[in-house]
Every structure is written in C-alpha cells, then in structure tokens.
Ligand binder design. Structure first.
Ligand SMILES: Nc1ncnc2c1ncn2[C@@H]1O[C@H](COP(=O)(O)OP(=O)(O)O)[C@@H](O)[C@H]1O
Ligand SMILES: [Mg+2]
Length: 223
C-alpha cells in the first residue's frame, strides 16, 4: 500500500473534498490508519481559534488520528480567491518547505495520508511554484477527480498529461457526478477511460449530500 495519495481535480468545485472523505472512509474500512491534509485553503472563516476552512475541518474529522488544525492546514486565507493572491494580500508567501514540514509530522502518525490540493493541478502557490510542484515534492501518487460536466473530457485529459509532465504518477481517477442529469454521462466516462491511461477507481453518482460512506462504497482501490 502506498504512503498516501494527492487528490487533485479537473477544476475547483468538482468533488475533491467529497471524494477525499470517501477515500479516507474506504481506507479505514480496509483497516488502515489514515490522516488527511489540506495544505493550502482560501475561503476560511475567522474563529476565536484562528482561520478555519470547511474542507480542512471535514478532513480532520474523517481521519482516524486527531491532529492539530495548524498541521492539517498550515496556510489558511480568508477570501475565497486564488491562493497565491490571497497569500500576497495577507502579506505571506506560501513556502513548500513549510508544507513539507507539516506533512512529515502528519504522515508519521498513520499508515496513509490523503492530501487534498487546492483548485486544479496548475494553480499557482507563489510566484514560482504550483500545486504540481507541491505534489511532486510530497512524492505522492495522484488521484484525479473528474467533475462530470460538459468539457470534462478535455479537462481530464489535459490534467492527466500535465500530471505526467510534472513527473508524478497518476494512480487513477474518479468519475464524480456533479450534475443530476448530465447528457451522455456514460459516453463521457467511457471516452475518458479509453484515453487517460490510468484506472477508473470508481464512479460516484449525484448524491443529495456528501456522505463519505456512500462515496466509499463506490470506490475500488488498488490493494
Ligand atoms: N457526487 C456528488 N453529488 C452531488 N453533488 C456533488 C457531488 N460531488 C460534489 N458535489 C457538489 O459540488 C460541491 C463541491 O464539492 P467539493 O468536494 O467541495 O469540491 P472541491 O473540493 O473540488 O472544491 C459540493 O458542495 C456539492 O454541492
Ligand atoms: Mg475542496
């Protein structure tokens, strides 16, 4: 079993968090201890304890080991905008070395780490680096969540190409229904499956709510 997975998506709002929660649930059902990380989050609420991001809180709750919020989400920014711009506005620079330090602390606590990216694969994190560089530095195999909607074939294939160009391994992809009735959905999934060169780990139907156990039941992971 791998040390973990880096979860990316064809875009923002395609189901990375929902699928990450399902993946954690599935891995836990298989008997593994799992920790999760959302290294960079823009779109955070101010609380007495500091800025808190909904994705990071959900990942924290789904993990099998309790960890400090700051370890799970070292970079939290209030506005829901591109992360490198949010960092600039906050007078910060996102440093991959800081994320790696948090990751090592977290990864030491469980068998498997699930790390959710931010936005898509080529989202800038600072003036020089992107999500792709972060995934490459962490050295984790990548799972691509494809939000099934018109245009997803192109986005899926472009992202797969870019993942490989970054020197990362595409471990598989998840076909996630983000629309209740997408025209020719099966044909779209088939078109991607034929061309992407990585296993389909599961098809997640359109669900009324983000139910980790229901999503877990849709996933079949390489043992
Ligand atoms: N399988 C699904 N069924 C129905 N709605 C979904 C599904 N997956 C995602 N969504 C919708 O898309 C939104 C974004 O999902 P999320 O996992 O937060 O995306 P990301 O992490 O990629 O930004 C969810 O809040 C939900 O409204
Ligand atoms: Mg998310």
């Amino acid at each position: 079993m791998n040390r973990g997975f880096f979860i990316t998506g064809t875009d923002t709002e395609v189901g990375k968090t929902w699928c990450s929660l399902g993946l954690i649930a599935r891995l836990r059902q298989q008997g593994h201890t799992v920790v999760a990380m959302k290294p960079v989050a823009s779109g955070c609420a101010p609380t007495a304890a500091g800025l808190r991001n909904d994705d990071a809180l959900k990942l924290q709750a789904q993990a099998s080991v309790a960890l400090a919020y700051e370890t799970i989400n070292p970079y939290a920014f209030e506005p829901a905008i591109a992360p490198h711009i949010a960092a600039e506005l906050a007078g910060q620079r996102i440093e991959l070395s800081t994320i790696v330090t948090s990751y090592r602390r977290l990864a030491a606590k469980a068998e498997i780490s699930v790390v959710e990216g931010v936005g898509g694969w080529r989202v800038p994190l600072n003036d020089a680096q992107t999500v792709a560089d972060l995934a490459a530095i962490l050295g984790l195999p990548v799972i691509l969540v494809v939000g099934l909607r018109l245009g997803c074939i192109n986005h899926a294939l472009l992202t797969a190409e870019s993942i490989r160009a970054s020197g990362c391994t595409l471990a598989g992809w998840i076909a996630n229904s983000v629309e209740p009735r997408m025209a020719q959905q099966e044909d779209n999934v088939h078109a991607i499956a034929e061309r992407i060169g990585a296993p389909l780990l599961g098809g997640v139907p359109y669900l009324p709510q983000g139910d980790a156990e229901a999503i877990a039941a849709c996933l079949s992971l390489p043992r």
